[in-house]
Design a protein around this ligand. Structure first.
Ligand SMILES: [Zn+2]
Ligand SMILES: [Zn+2]
Length: 144
């Protein structure tokens, strides 16, 4: 499946070919911190199937507990995470699904690192819902 993506400010744009059956959620602590959210959703694209069209992401190399290093690419202007990859000549790019225009069609098929998942994540159906933010935002102030 062909996808196109961009960061929030539009500096970074890319296109890729991905397998929708490989979309996964990662609940690890690093993904929680680096995404600024409860979990991260990714889809892999091989080097040959990933093309950076505009912009040059900034790279942050994180070191895991295991000592393994991973390059985390993000927009230097708006901070949107774009992908992670091996340090150096990476064979695979793990694209951050939220940056893809076609993200609604990229449903996760698996979840990893569930031992560090936030327990409420598995039960979002019980959380109060609003079509927009009016009724739920504290003092009516924007929360996004
Ligand atoms: Zn940006
Ligand atoms: Zn993770």
């Amino acid at each position: 499946m062909k996808i196109e993506g961009a960061c929030h400010c539009g500096t970074i744009t890319y296109q890729a070919v991905v397998d929708p059956d490989k979309v996964a959620i990662c609940h690890c602590n690093d993904c929680q911190t680096l995404s600024g959210s409860a979990f991260r959703t990714v889809v892999p694209a091989t080097k040959a199937a990933f093309t950076l069209r505009t912009g040059e992401p900034k790279i942050y190399v994180k070191t895991a507990e295991s000592g393994a290093k991973r390059a985390q690419a993000f927009c230097p202007e708006c901070g949107t995470p774009i992908y992670s990859a091996a340090v150096g000549d990476a064979p695979v790019f793990f694209i951050r699904v939220g940056t893809a225009r076609q993200r609604a069609r990229l449903r996760p098929k698996s979840q990893i690192w569930c031992r560090s998942a936030l327990d409420w994540v598995m039960d979002l159906g019980s959380v109060a819902r609003s079509a927009r933010q009016e009724s739920l935002a504290p003092q009516g102030k924007p929360i996004e």
